[in-house]
Design a protein around this ligand. Structure first.
Ligand code: F6R
Length: 366
């Protein structure tokens, strides 16, 4: 059942080219330049007119929501909020007609997410589900939706469900942005073409698994890890830290890279690995200065970079290169080495990577 892999987590990490491909299949037609999604097509006017989009989820699904905030604001020019379901459900949020809630959940059974949605629905919000498990409670409560089609995820840590979630969210944002006219036809076609290339690029990234395993062996005894990123890669820094915590029990924190100066920099010393999610984008020069600041304080810089980024290679102690991609879509590549880092670190420490202590696959109690 593990298809020749030692663990479900590794199998599911390696299934990502297929998971993303399956998620695009039947929806994205790069040649025709079209995106077809039943749940969106049917409610296109309502979505175009949304006054606000509120993304709701927990854990890794919340990270997918955070990335979607950047993407929807850029491509659709609509105000977006991202909410932890557990906070949203209790704090008497202001919800108005015209608000669209996008619920993100792998299992479709997370108690906090479910109740948050029930409350919002009662207040008149429209609920759109991005869910993996067909027929689950959240799928049933949603008034429209798009399944992620990642297939069953058995490992407790979410991997392929995350990349499928963000793929669906990209599709929605690209489609909606074009329909609203906030995305030009050229940019729309360009993003569609780039998205179609992603499954093969993820396969390329997976070839770095032995390199990541060697890094894991080298840094497995670190007490803490810091993960830094900016822009589209900031949510990926959070996700990298969460994965490492869950699977290796090493304390890890994710931060927007520039926030480092406002506190976390006090932690930097020789024994602290700092992982930069540093694929080339509009913020690249700033990230380079942040990495230099870590080096100046003798921290270890580990970086996920775009291939042929010689500048970062010179600064960093260790680099893992991923293929060049559009900056908006790069998180689909940059997250993969971080999933592998968590997996191989847990493995090197002799831990149960598929069933980390204290965690359940689906959190049906609050
Ligand atoms: C992390 C992880 C959890 C889930 C969270 C939400 O690896 O798996 O953080 O993402 O419990 O679960 P779903 O997506 O099923 O609502």
């Amino acid at each position: 059942e593990k298809g020749g892999y030692e663990h479900f987590m590794l199998k599911e990490i390696f299934e990502q080219p297929t998971a993303v491909f399956d998620c695009l299949r039947g929806r994205l037609d790069a040649k025709a330049g079209t995106i077809r999604m039943g749940g969106i097509d049917k409610h296109l006017e309502l979505l175009k007119e949304a006054k606000r989009i509120i993304l709701v989820g927990c854990g890794t699904s919340w990270h997918a929501g955070l990335l979607a905030e950047y993407v929807f604001e850029e491509l659709c020019r609509v105000p977006v909020e991202v909410e932890y379901a557990s906070e949203f459900r209790y704090r008497n949020p202001v919800i108005n007609p015209g608000d669209v809630i996008i619920a993100i959940s792998q299992s479709g059974e997370t108690a906090d997410t479910l109740v948050a949605l029930e409350n919002a629905k009662n207040q008149g919000a429209f609920i759109f589900g991005v869910v993996n498990v067909v027929g689950s409670s959240i799928a049933r409560l949603s008034q429209a939706g798009a399944y992620t089609h990642a297939g069953p995820e058995i490992g407790v840590a979410s991997t392929k469900a995350f990349t499928a979630q963000i793929t669906v969210l990209y599709l929605i944002a690209i489609k909606l942005g074009y329909a609203k006219g906030s995305l030009s036809r050229d940019r729309y076609l360009n993003l569609i073409g780039e998205l179609a290339l992603i499954p093969d690029k993820i396969s390329e990234v997976l070839k770095s698994a032995p390199e990541v395993a060697a890094l894991a062996e080298k840094y497995k005894d670190a007490r803490d890890f810091l993960f830094l990123g900016r822009g589209y890669n900031f949510p990926i820094a959070l996700e990298g830290a969460l994965k490492l915590k869950e699977i290796s029990y090493i304390h890890a924190e994710g931060y927007p890279a520039a926030e480092m100066k406002h506190g976390p920099i006090a932690l930097v010393e020789e024994s602290l690995p700092v992982v930069f999610v540093a694929t080339k984008d509009a913020y690249h020069d700033k990230l380079i200065s942040n990495a230099q600041e870590i080096k100046a304080r003798k921290g270890k810089v580990l970086a996920i970079i775009s291939e042929n980024d010689t500048v970062f290679q010179d600064i960093a102690d260790e680099t893992i290169a991923v293929p060049v991609a559009d900056e908006i879509l790069a998180p689909l590549l940059s997250v993969v080495p971080l999933q592998l880092l968590a997996y191989y670190t847990g493995l090197a420490k002799g831990l149960d990577v598929d069933k980390p202590r204290n965690l359940a696959k689906s959190v049906t109690v609050e």
